[in-house]
Design a protein around this ligand. Sequence first.
Ligand code: SAM
Length: 356
Amino acid sequence: MAFSLPPILESAVPSAPLNGDLAGELRLRDGHNRILTDLRLSVTDRCNYKCVYCRTGNDGAQFSELPIADYARILRVFVSLGIEKVRLTGGEPLLRNGLLELVREAAQMRPAFSEAPLDIAITTNGHLLAKLAKPLKDAGLSRITISMDAVDPETFTRITRVPGSFEHVQAGIRAAQDAGLGPIKINCVLLRGFNDTQIEAFAEFSRSEQVIVRFIEFMPLEEDRSWSPETVVPMSEIIARLNAVRPLVALPPNHPSETARRFTFDDGLGEIGIIAPVSEPFCGHCSRVRLTSDGKIRTCLFSQSDHDLIGLMYGGASDDEMSDWIRRIVQHKEARHHIGEPGFLKPSRSMVHIGG
Ligand code: SAM
């Protein structure tokens, strides 16, 4: 079902991209002169999985979501500021009613300083994807990342704590491929003692299924505060073990702010990405800003506070006022995270509430 946006929104988006010096001046920049082009938009903090590295497993938490039309308005304001890529996330975004309408709406938006259409991605656990892959593609979704932390069903279920989850996710991957959402990225968070036995099998999975497998170092963003340096499987170990499967060959980054180091194998089959925020941070190239499902801006995963954009909007701010306020807020984006350093403070909210 379509919904309409307040008419004022239409005038907030430039009718044609700006070029040259003027565009350079107007870009959304933080106080460290990084241009922000990437919005992570959390559409719910509910999740149907209880992954051991993310959630406590206790039910009864309080959830908080905005109406879909409010996310659409906020996204439109960000796109008018030069956001070129939005990643819809959560919690589990596929649980969210109105997701297709939001994707459809987003597909109509044109980034302020680019000729290209808005790049619309989703990160999902894939549980509900078998039914939704084609409708999402038809709505205008550009690409999809599916989280899958083991190729062995038993290990997988031990992590998600949901029986039958492995079969659902495999069906979701197949449906996404059939819908033309490939090449599909598979995210695997490695946890020492839980799924670090899966590295070699994932190499085979990438090669046989034609998916891009991305290993992610575990970060201290979990609800139950179980992170310690010993739980992290570092990039160096992942590379060494993959090299023992077959020699790895480095691939060039797709763009300067790419978080993953990319590899294939010496026969060109399969693609592996390694995202190493702990052992090799990439904050210097960070182009991201986040909106939590309750409408707060977070300038970094590891921020100690949020910025109440939805409060401003519900207080009657115009789109231009929201834009000015966002420009001021991102000035204070953190230079980098301090994981592993003395005095490191865990963020004030966990991953499922921030949006991954
Ligand atoms: N529910 C969706 C999913 O499973 O992909 C989207 C939200 S989830 C929070 C987004 C991504 O964050 C997933 O790939 C998940 O594995 C990753 N993630 C969650 N907690 C993490 C942590 N502590 N360190 C690194 N990655 C984490």
